[in-house]
Each structure stands twice: as C-alpha cells, then as structure tokens.
Design a protein around this ligand. Structure first.
Ligand code: ADP
Ligand code: MG
Length: 246
C-alpha cells in the first residue's frame, strides 16, 4: 500500500548570507507515519525544520504541504495550513502558566474556535491537549515549576492545541531521563494513532529508530541516506558520519 506524502522537499537549499548550510535536500514524508531526521551537530537539521515551518525561507527548491506549494508562505500561514512544531530551545512564556501557554497554541489563526471566540472553548481545547500529554492536573502552575522534560511536553501540547496535521519536533528527548524518553515514545505513538504525521529530529538513535519507520540523514547540509530506519542506520556513510563526528 502506498501512502500519499503529506510533505515533500524538492531540491531545497538554504544559505545565510553567502554561507550555504543546505544543499539540494530532498525527502518526502508519508501521511500518518513517524519519520526521523538525524545527522551530526551542525548538519542542518534545525535549519531544515525552520525552512519547513517558515521561520526561514528556502533559498532554492520547493516545499510542498499536502499537494500545495508553501515555499514562500509566512510561518503563521503554514500553521494555519496544519503545520505544528516545537523548538530545540524551549520557547515557552516563562511568566505564564502551562494552560496560558497552551491557549496561545489553541488561538491559531484560522482555527474555528477563534470565531466562536469564547475563552472557555479555547481553554477546553488547551486542557484537552495538556491532558493528552499527561499534565492537565497541573494546568494552572507556572511553566517554571515544571521539570525540563515536562516543559518539553507543554510545548508539544501547545503545538497539538492548534490541531496540526503534521508535527515537527526538534530534539524533544534532549535532557530527558530514560523513563521520560519511554513516555515520550508512547506519546509519539498516541499522537500518530490519532492521525497526525510526525517528523522527529533527535540524537537518541534508540528512540528515533524505535519510533520512526523511515529516517533521513543529513551531513554537512546534504542528504546522505534515506529509507527504512534500520537499513539507514547500517548505511556505511551514516556510520562514518557519526564516527567522524564523535
Ligand atoms: P543542526 O540542527 O543539525 O545541529 P543547524 O541547522 O542548527 O544544524 O546548523 C547548520 C549550520 O548552519 C551550522 O553550520 C550552523 O552553524 C549554521 N547556522 C545555523 N543557524 C545559523 C544562522 N542563523 N546564521 C548563520 N549560520 C547558521
Ligand atoms: Mg539543531
């Protein structure tokens, strides 16, 4: 059975000033799956995610979401089109509660709830997202009262509250202990089971290869491997990229 691709990158390049960090990156994400994006530090993973989410605009190539080209669309329009994300460096409002942070996600432009414009409806949606990640009982606590791992879960809840179709996660397991990683893995599977597609960047190969069906590998801003997870991790170029980097 073949799946339609929810997201496709065609020949994507990115440069900061004259400094090229992505060259001809190509991959396609099948709808409903969890896929991984890995590579040594500085290989261009976060830049790729930023080019997908609209924080950066690709210098060349195309980004296609659900058949629609979004290469030059601003970030908020991509959110509206169903793209959700978290950040490698947590970006929560630290003077606000978990609930207040997640409500901001629920207020996504184009979300039908905004027309209903009832605060209660937004909060209900935010509570449901917090409940999904297991933190609803602590909704009214300040973000700073949560462990690092739980702050990462609040970020995921904020992204989920916008009702995305594709969720982009930049190193969600960074700083988590092994118990937290196991529950993150379970959470990813529950998110995928609810019909979302997930792109996960992470350095934990056990987590990525267990959770993801397919993995794309970057090195020096180029794709060096792509395919079924276990086969990709055994690919000689991938092995030497990691050995060379460590
Ligand atoms: P990764 O997430 O795989 O560790 P990044 O995408 O963050 O890699 O970085 C890829 C390359 O781009 C690195 O060489 C990094 O130094 C460079 N880079 C990232 N962000 C910027 C920026 N805002 N300006 C200039 N160079 C950047
Ligand atoms: Mg990064």
């Amino acid at each position: 059975m073949t799946h339609p691709h929810i997201l496709t990158l065609e020949d994507v390049g990115h440069a900061f000033g004259g400094f090229t960090v992505l060259t001809s990156v190509e991959f396609a994400i099948p709808a409903g799956e969890i896929v991984g994006l890995i590579g040594p530090n500085g290989s261009g993973k976060t830049t790729t995610l930023n080019v997908l989410s609209g924080l950066y605009t690709a210098t060349s190539g195309k980004v296609i979401l659900d058949g629609r080209e979004i290469t030059k669309l601003p970030a908020h329009k991509r959110t509206e089109a169903g793209l959700g994300r978290t950040f490698q460096n947590i970006r929560l409002f630290r003077t606000m509660t978990a609930l207040e942070n997640v409500v901001i996600g629920a207020e996504r432009p184009g979300n039908r709830l905004i027309e209903e414009s009832s605060r209660a409806a937004l909060e209900e949606r935010a509570i449901a997202a917090l409940d999904f990640v297991g933190l609803a009982s602590r909704a009214n606590e300040l973000v700073t009262a949560f462990s690092y791992g739980h702050q990462r879960l609040i970020e995921i809840a904020r992204a989920l509250a916008a009702n995305p179709t594709l969720l982009l996660l930049d190193e969600p397991a960074a700083g988590l202990n092994s118990t937290e990683k196991q529950s993150l893995h379970n959470l990813l599977e529950r998110i995928a089971a609810s019909g979302l597609t997930i792109l996960i960047i992470d350095h934990d190969m056990t987590l990525v290869s267990n959770a993801a069906s397919h993995i794309t590998v970057l090195n020096f801003g180029r794709r060096i491997a792509d395919g079924e997870s276990m086969a990709v991790l055994r690919h000689p170029d991938v092995v030497s990229a990691y050995l060379g980097a460590e």
